[in-house]
Design a protein around this ligand. Structure first.
Ligand SMILES: Cc1cc2nc3c(=O)[nH]c(=O)nc-3n(C[C@H](O)[C@H](O)[C@H](O)COP(=O)(O)OP(=O)(O)OC[C@H]3O[C@@H](n4cnc5c(N)ncnc54)[C@H](O)[C@@H]3O)c2cc1C
Length: 492
């Protein structure tokens, strides 16, 4: 284990300013030692982490603090575009915001936080590429670790299911869908074929519904390329425990969306739960049974469990307890030097009755991060903080090419106009001019040419071809070999 201090901007490391908290002056390669300035450590570089860092970058005076951001991925994922990545409308790299590119002068460390000892003001980090565990010390820590899929102990789910929160999962789902169609086209056993062509989505929130609707669109286009497969051969199934979907756009728009999905031939099992899916044999709570090769799990999220490995105050569901000014707060009041926002935290919603918390979504995460950055700088300057307050504006969701649904401040929009709103809103919201341009070009390209439907699942096994090349080639059939030997003998 190597003890290091955190948060000296690259190029300005000054060991002579080593903080009194440093356990050792030995810094891991690439991680600067302390400069003596306040050290801000941001854990998680998603929505909250990135926007907090951008806020600090904009607001900090030269030399006012050293900032380090830690994440196992060296980029922020623009999650609202993942359904379009799965559908092939947007290139995967175009939804990733490189930390190093947008945060010059800050230290970006690619690794996973494994524990947080706030009393000692340090965290342990496992570097992604291997090597010693690092101990990073700080004066202020920002907990922006987000959420993970909330999974129940359902037999078979861990083996068969795939989540939908990361670029890798979105790309894998797309490849899986296209690969299953290809495989089914060559299958002769009707049961095997039906299983390959059955795609189950569990969970009817916006992540699940957008993923399902975009995937169905992709399936429809892809099936049209297979002369032996029609859309009616393909089974797309939604399983939802409640009697409604898309609560984010309101009850009536959710009902309308459900009707649209049914019209598109999507089977909807409402008020039912997945009970088991051992080896792809799906069993629902009402006894319905069928086989499926693809099961996508989007039934909710829970706060990042790494918070359990900390001495910070959590609420019953495991969320970090924070005040409206985004400082961590326990039973004994404010926890000095600890900040939190986003999906991992219980942020009081001041626009509602006391006891309500902000929903886990990007709309809050971005705004919270901006307030958090300002308040952190205010504390550094011994100025007063301000509370986070934002009235939820509603939501827009894409339901496939040219289809959408929206409810913004009570204004309800359906179909093509809602889809345009979705694209327009997210084009403005996606960070950096570079990504805006790339996403726009993806959309224009897709409109001018046809949707690309090449499955590239083999990308995750790049050595297969080389391994095949190193294998012993098959023997020539003995009858052919005998003839060839006779012919060779005759000519020699
Ligand atoms: C498919 C999908 C579609 C969505 N669409 C919308 C939408 O249309 N509108 C909307 O408002 N919201 C949407 N959301 C929700 C929104 O993306 C989240 O609410 C938002 O990302 C939360 O921000 P966050 O910073 O709390 O978490 P995240 O953005 O998830 O960031 C958490 C970060 O922590 C990192 N991390 C995890 N573990 C560790 C560790 N041990 N150490 C260090 N770092 C770690 C992760 O790699 C990640 O970068 C969508 C979500 C999904 C999955």
């Amino acid at each position: 284990m190597t003890a290091v201090t955190a948060a000296t901007p690259t190029g300005s490391a000054d060991p002579s300013h080593a903080s009194h908290r440093a356990k050792s002056s030995a810094a891991a390669p690439g991680v600067p030692t302390s400069s003596g300035r306040p050290r801000v450590l941001i854990l998680g570089g998603g929505y909250v982490g990135l926007y907090t860092a951008l806020g600090l970058k904009k607001g900090l005076r030269p030399g006012e603090a050293d900032v380090t951001i830690v994440d196992p991925r060296p980029y922020m994922t623009y999650q609202p575009f993942l359904p379009e990545v799965a559908a092939g409308s947007i290139e995967p790299r175009h939804v990733a915001v490189s930390h190093r590119r947008v945060l010059p002068g800050f230290t970006c460390l690619t690794g996973a936080v494994t524990s947080i000892d706030h009393a000692a003001r340090n965290v342990t980090v496992e570097p992604e590429g291997g090597g010693d565990t690092l101990v990073l010390e700080y004066d202020h820590v920002v907990l922006s670790l987000g959420a993970i899929s909330r999974i129940f102990p359902i037999p078979g789910l861990a083996e068969m299911g795939i989540g939908f929160k990361t670029i890798e999962e979105a790309v894998a789902l797309r490849d899986r869908v296209l690969d299953r169609l290809d495989a089914a086209a060559a299958m002769t056993d009707p049961d095997e074929r039906a299983r390959a062509l059955t795609f189950v989505f569990v969970g009817g929130g916006y992540a699940g519904i957008e993923a399902l609707a975009e995937t169905e669109d992709l399936l429809r286009s892809s099936a049209a390329q297979h002369p032996t497969i029609s859309r009616t051969d393909v089974r797309v199934v939604l399983v939802e425990a409640l009697d409604r979907i898309l609560p984010e756009v309101g009850e009536d728009m959710g009902r309308w969306t459900l009707g649209q999905l049914r019209e598109r031939g999507i089977e909807t099992f409402m008020e039912r739960q997945l009970k088991s899916c051992v080896e792809g044999h799906v069993v629902l709570s009402d006894g319905t049974e069928f086989d499926a090769d693809t099961i996508v799990w989007t039934a909710g999220v829970k706060s990042n469990p790494v918070l359990n490995a900390s001495d910070l105050p959590l609420d019953k569901p495991g969320r970090l307890r924070v005040r409206a000014d985004l400082r961590v707060s326990g039973d004994d009041g404010i926890v000095d030097g600890a900040w939190g926002a986003g999906d991992a935290c219980a942020v009081p919603d001041l626009t509602k009755e006391p006891g309500n918390f902000c929903a886990p979504n990007a709309q809050h995460a971005v705004r919270e991060a901006k307030v958090l950055a300002k308040n952190l700088m205010a504390v550094l300057r011994e100025e007063p903080t301000t509370d986070y307050r934002h009235k939820y504006a509603g939501s827009v969701a894409s339901l496939g090419l040219g289809k959408g649904v929206a409810n913004i401040y009570g204004v309800k929009v359906k179909g093509f106009p809602a889809w345009l709103m979705h694209r327009g809103y997210h084009l403005l919201a996606v960070p950096t001019f570079t990504l805006k341009l790339r996403v726009l070009l993806d959309w224009v390209g897709q409109t001018l040419t046809r949707r690309d439907m090449t499955p590239l699942g083999r990308l995750s096994h790049p050595r297969d071809e080389f391994i095949r090349a190193t294998a012993k080639p098959p023997e020539r059939p003995s009858s052919v070999r005998d003839k060839e030997e006779q012919a060779a003998g005759a000519t020699s």
